[in-house]
Design a protein around this ligand. Sequence first.
Ligand code: TXA
Ligand code: MG
Length: 456
Amino acid sequence: MASEPPSLKTTVLPVDATKLGSLEARNVPTDYLDDLDIELDPHSVDAQYLCQAAEQLKTSDIPVAFPTETVYGLGADATRSSATKGIYKAKQRPADNPLIVHFASLEQLRALLRPSTDGNDDATVAQSSEDPIPSIYKPLIKKFWPGPMTIILPNPPHSPLAPEVTAGLTTFGARMPRHPLALALIKTSGKPIAAPSANASTKPSPTAAEHVAYDLNGRIETILDGGPCDVGVESTVVDGLSSPPLILRPGGISIEQLRECEGWENTQIGYKDSSEKDTKPKAPGMKYRHYSPKATVVLFESGKKAPTWSDMAQYIAASKKLGVIRTKQWTVETAGETGPIAQKSADEVKASTQTNGHEPSKPGFAGMLQTIHKQHVQRSVETHVVANAGADFTLLDVNLGGNTADIARGVFAALRDLDRQDVDVIFVEGISDEEGDVAAAVMNRLRKAAEVKIVA
Ligand code: TXA
Ligand code: MG
C-alpha cells in the first residue's frame, strides 16, 4: 500500500471520564438493556476535549483515537465513506479487513438496522414492531453489553454503513464498549463509530495512549488519553447467525461464559491457532505476521520447561540483548547454572496468582467507571547481566505476574516495551488456554506474534 510521509500534528488530549459531567444509567422498562444518559459539564476541560473529538468525527476525514475497555480504537463515522477510508490510510490496513462498528445504545443500533428507504441519510427508525436484532443475541447482549463482545449482524438493505466498513461482506460486526469515554464520544457525535484497534497494521494492539502516539504520530490529529485499558486484549467476535454459533476471534469474553447463555451452549471455536503446533522454528515473516514486534518472538507453550542455556543458544548467538516475558511459572536467576530462567516452586506459583490490585469491572453500565485506570502501564523491566561461558548478556525481564487478567492487561505493552529497547529475541512464557477468563485470547495473540513456537 502506498504510504504518505506522516505530516500531521498529533495531539494527545488527557480526558478524565469522571470529570465530564453526569453519566447515568437509565432503566428502559420495555427493553433488555439500560440506556445511558450523559450530560456534559460546560465548564469541564475534559468535556471540551471530548466535544472537540466528537466534532472531528462528524466533519473530518482524519480518524480519532480513543480508549475502550479492551484496546484503543481508531474511530471514524461509520456512515461516511471518506471518513472510514481515513482509517485504512492512517493504519495502512489492507482494504479487505472489515471494521467493527461501535454503538452507545440499542436504539442507535436498531436505527441502523432499520434504515429508512426514502433517501433520507439519517437512519430514522421505520415503523416496525419486530426487533431487528436477531433474538439469538438477546441473552448475550443482556449479559455482556456494554463490554468486550462483538456480534456479527446482517448488513441491512439500504444500509447507511459505508462500504469500506464491511469490506465487501454481507454482514458487519457491532459492539457496545464499556469504557465511559468511548460511550460518551459515540453519544456526543451521534454517529455509529467504525473503529479497529489504533495500532499501525501488523503491530501489537495499543493498550495506552502512548502506544497509539508511537505508531500513528503524524498520521492522525487527536488521541484521547483515558489511561491504560482494563481488559488488554480485543473483544470476542461471535457469530450467532451460523449454527452452531461460532467464536470468530477469542477475546475479553470466554467460551465458557458464552456457553452459559441460552442458545449458546454448543458454541464452537471458529478460528485457527492451536493447530499450528510446530516443533521446529518457522521461517520469519510468514503470512501470520500480526501483533508482531520487530524482535523474534519465541513462545513456550504452557507446560514447556523454561529454556536452558543450550535451548537459548540457537537464538542468542547473534544477540547480546534478550527479552523475557514471564507469567505463571518462570523466575529469573542472575546466576543460574542451567540458564537465567528457572521454574518457580509450587509455593511461589501460588503466591504470584494474586492480582495487582485491579478487580474485574462489574457488568453493565454499573461497571463503566471501574474500567478507568489512572496508574500507568506497568514497566517492570529490569536489566540483568548474566554470564554464560564468559559472555555477558543483557536480559530485559517483564514479569506479568501469575494472574490471567493481569497477563492480558499487560501482554501487548510488554511486547512493545521490549521492542522499543531493541532486543533481538523475546522469550515468552505461555499459559494454558483452559485457564479461563481471557487465557485463550492471550495465547491466540501470542501465537500470531511468535515466529517460533515451542510446544510441550
Ligand atoms: O476490542 C475490539 O474489538 C477493538 C476495539 C477498538 O473495539 N477493535 C478491534 O478491531 O479489535 P479490529 O479491526 O482490530 O478487529 C476487528 C476484527 C477483525 O478480526 C475482523 O476481521 C473482524 O473483527 N470482523 C469485522 N467485521 C467482520 C464480519 N462482518 N465478519 C467477520 N469478522 C469480522
Ligand atoms: Mg486489530
